[in-house]
Ligand binder design. Structure first.
Ligand code: HEM
Length: 488
């Protein structure tokens, strides 16, 4: 890396790859760990030339701060892979859109219609109904294997679908078959998005779609699209049959489909069309379900492995909620220890270990190096949250560190930013936080949990866009509360 003739600092150092393929043959599957290892050789910021694409990886708090806070605006574009772009109607969603007025408008709709406190309050009963349904379902399966990821996914997916199309007239639109179908498609698309794809590394080859990833992703998107189309068409038809022009509301609020159709009609939102509405629905289903379920998986696994933590969580629940009561949302702010347990889970197991890649709109200086315009910047939040510079005994699961009130999910203190930071940070935090705390509190209050016979505690990871447990947690519930009516 020699200095450039125009006096700009050099590109970051990095391992040498082979000509043409670049570093590709040397990349291991566990990229987040591999990157932490490379940082020990090349320093905290390094470059990987993979195919024709330059990737820059930042691995320390200070460098992350330069990217996501100090130069937030410069690094506010995305650089979607072929699969990511295909799965989002050509980057027409929030996650993969570049930083522009369309992205801002769409993000604003999500925040205003779902994530502000009034909207969240209006759908409180959805959360309550779904969590109670889950408790009943687990109760009916007492003594048998429960897949924590699966029940968390369906709880969250049911809440989200209620928010999106609660008042739909489609026969059984909220039925469990549909949620199961969504779950399968979402997981399959995420697998495709996580797979290394030659088309991304050699754009000149993209046309050939050598691994068929683009074709497979398109097929999955078509399946999702058919579900969305049916729901939207049903609504339009239902509205057209109402002579008074009124729309159905839930606790004084329209559901999201209705809100979006109305915005489209009023042309308030810049050129919102049906495809863009679907892209927003996609973000909600993708953004909310697998992330929440994966967090639950990690949290339960950590708590079950740490007997003292489990004991303390259940003591707190007995004190705040009481053994003759079930968990309600009003209890959640008082569950300080449980909140610390969840934050510690997010620290050790950030669901998106490299966030969502950012890309600079112009060349920019970071850590004394030039980050070239249009490259792919990966922020290794996984490594930063385990960095001994930032945390004592970083590998130990110790919720005590989060008992001080100062910690939140806003990404202001970059020792801890599992939802990202800056203008592209996760807009779903208010709902995600509520759901994770509520589901975990309910499962741990209503049941005691053990591992199936012969199973060992296992916290190994499987790298992907979403960092999952290599084997989803299966656990066996037993009744904890004395009164059976609390499960009905
Ligand atoms: C445990 C749950 C969740 C976790 C850990 C999580 C994490 C993240 C992270 C790390 C990012 C990237 C931030 C960055 O690039 O700096 C992100 C972006 C995003 N998340 Fe979440 N998220 C969760 C739940 C949700 C929910 C419930 C929704 C919506 C219903 C959502 C919607 C989005 C969207 C739309 C983006 C893209 C934002 C943009 O590019 O402007 N997420 N999330």
């Amino acid at each position: 890396t020699t200095p450039k003739s125009n006096g700009a600092p050099p590109l970051p150092p990095g391992p040498r790859g082979l000509p043409i393929v670049g570093y590709l043959p040397f990349l291991s599957r566990d990229l987040h760990k591999h990157f932490a290892k490379l940082a020990r050789t090349y320093g905290p910021i390094f470059k990987l030339q993979v195919g024709s694409q330059v990737h820059v990886v930042v691995n320390t708090l200070d460098l992350a701060k330069t990217v996501v806070r100090d130069h937030d605006k410069t690094f506010a574009n995305r650089q979607p892979s072929v699969a990511a772009a295909t799965s989002s109607y050509g980057s027409q969603d929030i996650v993969w859109s570049n930083n522009n007025s369309y992205w801002r408008d769409l993000r604003k709709i999500l925040v205003q219609e779902i994530m502000n406190s009034k909207s969240l309050e209006a759908c409180r009963s959805f959360r309550r109904d779904e969590v109670r349904k889950t408790i009943r379902r687990v109760y009916d399966s007492i003594g048998t294997d429960i897949d924590i990821n699966e029940i968390s996914f369906s709880t969250e997916a049911n809440v989200l679908t209620s928010i999106i199309w609660e008042n739909t007239t489609a026969e059984g639109a909220n039925d469990s078959d549909l949620v199961a179908e969504l779950q399968t498609i979402v997981s399959e698309i995420l697998e495709l998005v996580s797979e290394p794809n030659a088309s991304d590394l050699f754009p000149s080859l993209a046309w050939f779609d050598l691994q068929g990833i683009e074709r497979k992703t398109k097929k999955k998107l078509d399946q999702l699209d058919r579900i969305f189309t049916r729901i939207i068409d049903d609504r339009i038809e239902f509205n057209s049959k109402r002579s008074d022009g009124a729309v159905v509301e839930h606790e004084g609020k329209k559901d999201l489909i209705q809100t979006l159709l109305d915005l489209m009609e009023e042309k308030k939102a810049t050129s919102l069309n049906i495809t863009q509405i679907k892209a927003l629905l996609l973000d909600i289903m993708f953004g909310g379900t697998d992330t929440t379920a994966t967090t639950m998986d990690w949290a339960m696994a950590e708590v079950m492995q740490n007997v003292k933590v489990m004991k303390r969580v259940q003591e707190e629940l007995a004190e705040v909620v009481g053994l003759n009561n079930i968990v309600e949302e009003s209890h959640l702010p008082k569950l300080k220890y449980l909140d610390a347990v969840i934050k510690e889970t997010f620290r050790l197991h950030p669901v998106l270990p490299l966030l969502v890649p950012r890309s600079p709109i112009e060349s920019c200086k970071v850590g004394g190096y030039t980050i070239p315009k249009g490259c792919i910047v990966l922020v290794n939040v996984w490594a930063i949250q385990r960095d001994p510079q930032n945390w004592d005994n970083p590998l130990e699961f110790n919720p005590e560190r989060f008992l001080a009130d100062k910690w939140d999910y806003k990404g202001n203190d970059l020792r801890f930013f599992p939802f990202g930071s800056g203008r592209r940070m996760c807009p779903g935090v208010p709902l995600a936080e509520k759901m994770v705390v509520y589901i975990l509190a309910s499962l741990l209050h209503s049941f005691d949990w053990t591992l199936p016979k012969g199973e060992k505690h296992d916290l190994s990871e499987k790298f992907g866009f979403v960092l999952k447990k290599s084997k989803p947690l299966v656990a066996i519930p037993s009744q904890r509360l004395p009164n059976v009516n609390l499960y009905m």
